[in-house]
Design a protein around this ligand. Structure first.
Ligand code: CUA
Length: 390
């Protein structure tokens, strides 16, 4: 811990020396530096400390995030300069021209001034110049966002739902939910929309937040190159927290997701095995598979009858989309209820029996008439049969 802190301080002073980091940002960076390594701590990821937590925007992991922080730094410097330029003369004036003992016997109104063209022009031009200092870097960064996917970029469709996230990879034929798998150091172009109300897609450490709007032809975009792995041997990927940041109803705060960055070959294996049918081995899993028939009106698992049903529903006119998240790789997911609970049998059973107790307002039907044995069977099917080795 201590050595890491020292390393951080050394790194910070290096950055300052290179002038690649605005001073104001540098100070904030120093404040959160010591807590940085906590970002991937499983146990801590619900309790984000102010600095260095998983919702930290200051230590950007992508170039896009660093670009935004640069604008933030420039803006802070301009704001601090304006603050000093106003407050220092104000304090001096208040002190210098305060009423003194000897003035009290001879109080007169000060000399009255009506207009001063030079002063007025000056204090119009100065803010204009200051705003230019903020506007130019802002434009430079905004115009780095392309309107179309650049050649070679992976396209991911992000669809907000009350209260979970759908992720589609059109080129890979994958639809998943609440876990956004990405290859490291890869350009990704997100196409962001909503199935119901306005949501906002945000992975704080990757920078930028973009509204997910309902309706047609209003898709928003976001483009960046995913970060490199911190630990190049990382197995199972490195996890970043995401969150809906537009008030979208009762469980807005529980509309989370995780972005998991993999080595390229691991990501390729993930994509290749994703749509393989579940492997139903044990008796409870077989029972669970049968019981899942009542879930398939809302949920799809690739390679099963629920997938055929989805195709039928989508081919109707008008097409009917399933209401619930795709569960094809549920067994691999770290959380359930869109990042609200760890994916354990206990949490799974509570979720199926009484989703409202975990996510108020959720549209999921409570299956409170199922026996404990039936619930455990469905849990076994979803948690083990759909788990894939990749
Ligand atoms: Cu979706 Cu807030």
């Amino acid at each position: 811990m201590k050595s890491l802190q020292l390393f951080r301080i050394a790194e910070l002073s290096q950055l300052l020396k290179n002038k690649s980091l605005p001073l104001s940002w540098g100070l904030l960076f120093a404040l959160q530096a010591s807590a940085q390594e906590k970002a991937f701590d499983e146990a801590e990821y619900r309790l984000s400390p102010l600095f260095g937590g998983p919702m930290n925007t200051i230590a950007g992991m992508t170039e896009w995030a660093r670009d935004i922080n640069h604008v933030y730094g420039v803006t802070t410097i301009v704001a601090v300069l304006v603050f000093l330029a106003v407050s220092i003369p104000l304090i001096i004036t208040l002190y210098k021209f305060r009423v003194k003992e000897e003035d009290l016997t001879n109080l007169r109104p000060p000399k009255q001034i009506h207009g001063n063209a030079l002063l007025e022009i000056t204090w119009t031009i100065i803010p204009f110049i200051l705003l230019l200092f903020i506007a130019v870097p802002t434009w430079q960064v905004i115009f780095k966002q392309p309107d179309e996917p650049p050649p070679g970029a992976m396209v991911v469709k992000v669809i907000g739902h009350q209260w979970w996230w759908e992720f589609q990879y059109p080129e890979l034929g994958i639809t998943t939910a609440n876990e956004l798998h990405l290859p490291a150091e890869t350009p990704v172009f997100f196409v962001i929309s909503s199935a119901d109300v306005i949501h906002s897609f945000w992975i704080p450490q990757f920078g930028g937040k973009v509204d997910a709007l309902p309706g047609t032809n209003v898709d928003n975009h976001l483009y960046y190159v995913t970060p490199a792995l911190r630990n190049s041997d990382a197995v199972g990927g490195e996890v970043y927290q995401g969150q809906c940041v537009e008030l979208c109803g009762l469980s807005h705060a529980l509309m989370r997701f995780e972005a998991i960055v993999h080595k390229q070959d691991e990501f390729d294996r993930w994509a290749k095995t994703f749509n393989t049918a579940p492997v139903v081995a044990s008796e409870p899993e077989k029972r669970g598979e049968m019981l899942f028939a009542q879930c398939q009106v809302c949920h799809t698992i690739s390679g099963t009858a629920s997938e055929d049903l989805e195709k039928q529903m989508l081919s109707m006119s008008p097409p009917v989309a399933k209401q619930g998240p795709n569960l094809t790789d549920f067994g691999n997911r770290r959380t359930l209820g869109a990042g609200t609970r760890k994916n354990t049998e206990e949490n799974f059973i509570r979720w199926v029996k009484d989703p409202q107790s975990i996510k108020p307002g959720a549209t999921m039907t409570p299956f409170d008439t199922l026996s404990d044995d039936e619930l455990r069977s469905i849990a076994a099917y979803l948690r083990f049969s759909t788990a894939k080795k990749f």
